[in-house]
Design a binder for this molecule. Structure first.
Ligand code: RIB
Ligand code: CA
Length: 303
């Protein structure tokens, strides 16, 4: 069976980095491009992190293109308190030799989708600014993707505010454009990703991954110290959905994004009873199966 091609738009970011590892480790996936956006940390840091990860993994053939440094209309917010000032916690990788692509991220997204209609699984694990700009540049991309999956939102509570998840709160106007574009967005939200916790038992299994475990997987998965149960690997779940939808139970829904609420801005308002759905919303995760899949995929990575 041919591998599923993934274009990953991300803001690495601890869990974005773990998602890149999964897209690389699972041989049923082929990571074909990485685009970066300002989010967890600023664009210079998210792009540098993507470039360093690319070379650490020997993926120099994959383009890395930098995108939006700021949201569509709002000032940028950050999650540096969660991911560390440079975005990868305590992980220090060798400086990248190669620069980012001269092609801007939005152009790379549009051109890649146009060149391979129906073949590319577009995944976004950061603020949706690049995706909204790509839709503005070419609205027809909604018919060119094989699928479109985000880590973002929630059908219960947020994490950046009681109502809003970070990626959506970072650029609610972009998220509103994305959900209203006419395609079906797979919304992998906090309700699912908060089940994907790197518990002590999981970290012990990660430590068996040799140099990859010691250099990357364990430190990326254990940087957050404020949650005694462990760190949620949010973005990994979005990539896992593309590869292994069998690990999930999903429902159709209509999702709107609040952009004007005083206390609710960035909230994803999820209507599971809507007559006209615009989203597939995973509502249950086989947690044991998820970790078996992720760790088996990581074990295939050769450095
Ligand atoms: O709310 C979790 C999301 O925000 C993840 O994508 C994490 O990387 C941060 O960007
Ligand atoms: Ca992210």
């Amino acid at each position: 069976m041919t591998a599923k091609k993934i274009l990953l738009d991300c803001d690495p970011g601890l869990d974005d980095a773990l998602a890149i590892l999964l897209a690389h480790g699972d041989h049923a996936l082929e990571l074909i491009a990485i685009t970066t956006v300002g989010g967890n940390v600023d664009l210079a840091n998210t792009t540098r992190n993507a470039l360093q990860l690319r070379e650490y993994l020997g993926l120099e053939h994959i383009p890395v293109a930098a995108g939006a440094a700021a949201p569509l209309v709002r000032p940028a917010i950050s999650a540096a308190e969660v991911h560390g000032d440079e975005g990868l916690g305590n992980v220090v990788l060798p400086a990248a030799r190669l620069e980012a692509s001269v092609t801007p991220a939005v152009d790379l997204i549009v051109e890649t989708l146009r060149a391979s209609p129906g073949e590319i699984h577009l995944v976004a694990t950061g603020p949706l600014t690049n995706i909204a700009l790509a839709l503005h540049q070419d609205p027809a991309i909604i018919d060119l993707v094989a699928s479109f999956t985000i880590m973002g939102g929630s059908f219960t509570r947020g994490n950046a505010t009681p109502a809003a998840e970070f990626n959506i709160l970072a650029d609610p106007e972009a998220a509103a454009v994305v959900f209203a574009a006419g395609w079906q967005t797979v919304m992998v939200g906090l309700d699912l990703t908060n089940q994907a916790i790197a518990t002590h038992e999981i970290v012990e299994r990660m430590a068996l991954l040799g140099r990859l475990g010691n250099d990357l997987v364990v430190p990326l998965s254990t940087f957050w110290k404020d949650d005694p149960t462990g760190q949620a690997v949010h973005d990994v779940v979005a990539v896992a959905f593309v590869a292994r939808p069998d690990l999930f139970q999903s429902r159709l829904a209509h999702v709107e994004v609040e952009t004007t609420g005083t206390f609710t801005s960035g909230m994803t308002v999820v209507d599971f009873d809507a007559a006209v759905p615009n989203a597939i919303v995973p509502v249950a995760l086989d947690v044991e199966g998820f970790w078996d899949y992720v760790l088996e995929s990581y074990a295939r990575i050769r450095l």
